[in-house]
Design a protein around this ligand. Structure first.
Ligand code: ADP
Ligand code: GLC
Length: 468
């Protein structure tokens, strides 16, 4: 089967969060099952590619009532082909966060079929992800000037986070995407504005999200961010497929970022060395059990809940280390507590992949007080590194963590909820035999992509009737 996969970020080339991890690992797993995958993604100024992509040439992309010229680069890596779409709009210091993000990703979405055709890739199915590529399904259904073989191709749309929907002016969106004005009265229209995610829900042949629990939650107003109605309407084509993690990148037995490597048979030496290294670097007391946090500092992740619980966590005896980037106010509050509780609270504000590896290895527990969590990768990485998650019972966290067996779950997104679960964890930590058993249980979980890739493949096969 030939699968065209479109995403706004792809590890290792670009990353702000879990979407990049998924877009990096799922195509590789599909290729491993013998399928031909082309991943199309923007050629950002900050692209991390060594060697750099090869320049294939320019492509005329239908856009903004006329055409835009985009460059197309190509790279093959670990059995997967990559097409990089180059345009001045991607020559910025960051991936997102600009006033013209809608226009930028409308251009990117329009360029996806053209870039694939430029490389002579004719897919059986197209898989788009999150709002940035949410325009792709409707472009395939109704877009003018598509390359041969692309009109009406079956498409899958995966929701990684329903909170970000890509709202923009409706008429401008149709004009830029070169879609017929009749689509004003279509799923793209949310209260008179274009909503990329709602459009994708309407036009994609199948909709998935990244865990079974989140697939149910988002059909309710508390979790749907205004799209719960639209999601209920498409429930007949909506399903949840749990993410995996890249078990080569995340493997304590081979991880070059750790002072000492370790495995489930004997984790204590390697974890101890990592804890000592982190404690030295950030002035933490290595005698305290360590609760790590690796997270975007955002409302979704409940970092304000963590901040409010910090004095209580310190009183329970934890040392807490936060690696996070995002909201300045939350960062300030964490740093404030770092000064107040010297030796017990530490942080690094910023994005640092190497340090993330060290934190997972050093930590005894990883706190994840998310308000909602479509899947979450950090809990799976943590378990693999023998750090037991202390997590809110929501979304993918419910589907991957077993309370008091591979981690600890709490029901309410409140400081009290977190403190209750961290208290249970603290008790378990003191019962050395039980802790050792839990660590082993967690480290033995299979979070590799195998099962998820097979589930996506079944979906593609059902949609296309292709069984090769
Ligand atoms: P989300 O995509 O919602 O941010 P996930 O749990 O799916 O959450 O994925 C987060 C990914 O980003 C993980 O690979 C995690 O290790 C990484 N990550 C998050 N924050 C940082 C940070 N400050 N530095 C390094 N890696 C981070
Ligand atoms: C989003 C979600 C996260 C999920 C990731 C990958 O960023 O917030 O829960 O793991 O996408 O699907």
């Amino acid at each position: 089967m030939r699968i065209l996969f479109a995403a706004s970020e792809v590890y290792p080339f670009s990353k702000t969060g879990g979407l990049a991890d998924v877009a990096g690992a799922l195509p590789e797993a599909l290729a491993g099952l013998g399928h031909h995958v082309l991943v199309v993604t923007p050629w950002y100024r900050t692209l991390r590619a060594d060697p750099a992509p090869l320049w294939v040439g320019d492509e005329w992309v239908p856009y903004d009532g006329g055409i835009a010229i985009c460059g197309v680069g190509h790279l093959s890596r670990r059995g997967v082909d990559y097409a990089f779409v180059s345009h001045e709009m991607f020559q910025r210091e960051q991936l997102y966060g600009f006033d013209d993000d809608a226009a930028r990703f409308q251009l990117f979405s329009r360029a996806v079929p053209q870039a694939a055709a430029k490389l002579g890739f004719h897919p059986d199915v197209v898989h788009a992800n999150d709002w940035h590529t949410g325009y792709v399904p409707m472009v395939l259904e109704h877009g003018w000037h598509l390359p041969e073989g692309f009109p009406k191709l079956p498409s899958v749309f995966t929701i990684h986070n329903v909170q970000y929907q890509g709202g923009s002016d409706l008429d401008a969106a149709l004009y830029r995407l070169r879609l017929p004005g009749a689509l004003r009265d279509s799923a793209l229209n949310a209260h008179g504005r274009a909503n990329a995610m709602q459009g994708a829900l309407g036009f994609a042949h199948r909709v998935t999200t990244v865990s079974p629990t989140y697939a149910q939650e988002i059909q309710r107003p508390e979790y749907g961010y205004g799209l719960d109605g639209a999601l209920r309407q498409v429930s007949y084509k909506l399903s949840g497929i749990l993410n995996g993690i890249d078990t080569e990148v995340w493997n304590p037995a081979t991880d070059p970022a750790l002072p000492e490597r370790y495995d489930a048979a004997d984790p204590s030496g390697g974890k101890g060395a990592a804890k000592l290294a982190l404690a030295r670097r950030f002035g933490l007391d290595p005698a305290r059990p360590l609760m790590g946090v690796v997270s975007r500092l955002a409302d979704q992740k409940g970092i304000d809940i963590l901040v409010a619980a910090l004095p209580g966590l310190v009183a329970q005896g934890w040392a807490v280390f936060v690696l996070g980037d995002g909201d300045r106010e939350l960062a300030g509050a964490i740093q404030h507590y770092g000064n107040h509780y010297r030796g017990a609270v530490g942080s690094y504000i910023g994005y640092d992949e190497g340090l993330a590896h060290l934190v997972y290895a050093a930590a005894d527990t990883l706190a994840i007080p998310s308000r909602f969590e479509p899947c979450g990768l950090t809990q799976m990485i943590a378990m693999r590194y023998g750090a037991l998650p202390v997590a809110r019972a929501t979304g993918g966290l419910v589907d991957t963590i077993r309370h008091d067996a591979t981690g600890f779950l709490f029901a309410h997104a409140t400081p009290e909820g977190l403190l209750w679960a961290s208290g249970v964890a603290r008790g378990a930590y003191n019962a050395k035999g039980h802790w050792r058993w839990m660590m082993e249980e967690a480290m033995h979980q299979d979070f590799s992509w195998g099962a998820s890739a097979a589930a996506y493949l079944r979906l593609y096969q059902e949609m296309t009737g292709h069984h090769d």
